[in-house]
Design a protein around this ligand. Structure first.
Ligand code: ATP
Ligand code: MG
Length: 338
């Protein structure tokens, strides 16, 4: 049986954090290791440029960091093709064809894009490329004929947009060249890990993240600074669980659900201090992060090998994307010279 294709990726706007890990990386590794899929994993540098065009160093420097994060969590380049978006010219051309099938107002309605426009303070100066990034994401997904996209919850509107483009393309050009993708989202609320500050989303851009590469001391400091219940002033006071980031993290990261239930009960009754629950959370996180950190340090010893892996991956990705591009050109009727 032919293996189903997976396409997912991350923007090289910084190192990856535990939100990425829980929202997407962990699922990718699990799907990869199931042996049932052919995963393509993209470092989305051109997408990162859509809101960082004047800061290209950030992207250039983050490329290797993201690649190291991938290897550290267990993405295996022998199974998963890791590649760099800007090195795949077919993606630009596909984007151009899809842009003609999508209206500006449809892009303006995308809820994730709307939120990000607010966050980034674009107001009335939204870069065309930024508004268009859902279309370019559709090109990324369809170039590989991916049917599955493991991602965090904020990606749902992007995948919906990609599905629309696939349906429109296949209908307008009367073909079945493009494949409709499905999202693969984490269940239990981990598709959107809140930030240390209690903000709805841990994000590289919001400075509220624990990075996979943070050392143990930094993680501890960050955990100790986390947002809890602002009204829980004295240890003996009853505390609130709702919106308390420490408990949100425990729900997501602690495999010992009974223990978490007990802690919640004690916290709500009063008598359990923030320092105690934070120390416990730190221990839970360390259990998951320590091995990742160690593997990352090993891979970081040979950066040249990591770049070599990206070159190889990009070569493979080009072959697949070019084949789709030829089919797309033919479907539109641009194959004049065949
Ligand atoms: P940026 O601020 O540059 O957009 P980001 O932190 O949002 O960075 P992306 O590279 O845009 O990260 O996202 C990569 C993947 O990680 C996507 O699948 C996204 O859904 C997922 N992801 C990002 N942040 C979180 C989060 N806080 N919780 C769960 N998943 C997340
Ligand atoms: Mg993002």
């Amino acid at each position: 049986m032919e293996k189903k294709v997976i396409l997912t990726g991350d923007r090289p706007t910084g190192k990856l954090h535990i939100g990425h890990y829980i929202g997407s990386l962990k699922n990718r590794v699990m799907l990869q290791n199931s042996g049932k899929y052919r995963p393509f994993i993209m470092i989305a540098d051109t997408q990162a440029l859509t809101d960082n065009a004047r800061n290209p160093e950030k992207i250039r420097n983050s490329l290797i960091q993201v690649a190291l994060d991938y290897l550290a969590v267990g993405i295996d380049p022998e199974i998963s093709t890791i590649f760099v978006q800007s090195q795949i010219p077919a993606l630009f051309e596909l984007t151009a064809y899809y842009m003609d099938l999508v209206t500006v107002s449809r892009l303006e309605r995308n809820p994730t894009v709307k939120t990000e426009i607010g966050q980034k303070g674009f107001n009335d100066s939204i870069p065309v490329g930024f508004l268009n990034y859902p279309v370019s994401q559709a090109a990324d997904i369809t170039a590989f004929k991916a049917s599955l996209v493991p991602a965090g919850d904020d990606q749902e509107p992007m995948i919906e947009q990609a599905r629309e483009i696939v349906r429109t393309f296949n209908r307008v050009y009367n073909c079945d060249v493009l494949v409709e993708p499905k999202g693969y989202f984490p269940e239990d609320g981990s598709g959107r890990l809140p930030g240390l500050d209690g903000n709805a989303k841990m994000s590289k851009s919001l400075n509220n993240a624990i990075y996979l590469s943070d050392d143990a001391e930094t993680v501890q400091k960050k955990v100790m600074s986390m947002y809890t219940d602002p009204d829980h002033i004295h240890v003996e006071d009853p505390g609130k669980i709702e919106g308390n980031t420490v408990f949100t993290y425990l729900d997501i990261f602690d495999p010992d659900k009974d223990k978490v239930a007990q802690l919640k009960e004690d916290y709500q009754k009063g008598g359990l201090g923030d320092v105690k629950i934070k120390r416990y959370l730190n221990k839970v996180l360390e259990a998951e992060l320590a091995p990742i950190r160690e593997r990352r340090a090993k891979f970081a010893e040979d950066e040249a090998a990591v770049y070599e892996m990206l070159i190889e991956g990009s070569k493979k990705a080009n072959e697949v994307a070019n084949e789709t591009l030829q089919q797309v050109r033919s479907a539109i009727g641009l194959n004049y010279f065949d």
